[in-house]
Design a binder for this molecule. Structure first.
Ligand code: DX5
Ligand code: ZN
Length: 221
């Protein structure tokens, strides 16, 4: 069986109790903390920055933190997030003027690097950077908000990226973000994803463990 990772998006957590929320979701069986950074410029919403990432580390969170940058420009945020304890940093290629340089900056800062594709962003951005990627993140909603519905064309795109990853012979995570729920996670895995971001599906339920277990049961089926 593939080694699947479940990454709750803290965008749907209770920010007034963020440390406890992250602890709870990790105790409930999550693998990775998905940390959505929005700048009200690249996307129409404003969220959290490196101070909050550092606060989670200072609180005692040791799990990997997957920082999804929805900001423009990208580069000036990289060192700040690396210093704040980020494990993975991903960004949208449209938001960076020099994609190869941004990826190299992430790696030089000691983090894993990834590119994020909006639903209608073409995959040609992968062409000359596969050797620098640890993660490819496909958005299955248009970024900016939690609680949106999964866009079905993502399945075809996942299959295309899965072929490219397998053809590259490299071990690159294929992450999917947006509208992932217990009732579609198996189909998304069958299309090639192996890392699943879920915000509202987990945090809007009273029992995080029950949702995460139900997701894992679907992935094992
Ligand atoms: C959307 C964010 C997502 C969001 C997912 O721009 O990147 O990570 O929190 O939320 P759900 O799982 O509710 O679609
Ligand atoms: Zn995200």
């Amino acid at each position: 069986m593939a080694d699947y990772l479940i990454a709750p998006s803290i965008l749907s957590a209770d920010f007034a109790r963020l440390g406890e929320e992250v602890e709870a979701v990790l105790a409930a069986g999550a693998d990775v903390v998905h940390f959505d950074v929005m700048d009200n410029h690249f996307v129409p919403n404003l969220t959290i920055g490196p101070m909050v990432c550092k606060a989670l580390r200072d609180y005692g969170i040791t799990a990997p933190i997957d920082v999804h940058l929805m900001v423009q420009p990208v580069d000036r945020m990289i060192a700040d997030f690396a210093d704040a304890g980020a494990s993975i940093i991903t960004f949208h290629p449209e938001a960076s003027t020099h994609i190869d340089r941004s990826l190299q900056m992430i790696k030089d800062a000691g983090c894993q690097a990834g590119l994020v594709f909006n639903p209608a962003t073409p995959l040609h951005y992968l062409d000359y950077v596969m050797d620098k990627l640890d993660v490819i993140l496909l958005m299955s909603v248009n970024p900016g908000f939690g609680g949106q519905s999964f866009i079905p064309s993502t399945l075809e795109k996942l299959r295309a990226v899965r072929e490219r990853i397998d053809g590259s012979g490299r071990s690159i995570r294929l992450e999917v973000d947006g509208g992932i729920k217990v009732d579609n996670i198996a189909e998304v895995a069958a299309a090639g994803a192996d890392m699943f971001v879920a915000g509202s599906a987990i945090f809007n339920q009273p029992d995080y463990q029950q949702v995460i277990q139900a997701m894992r049961a679907e992935l094992a089926s």
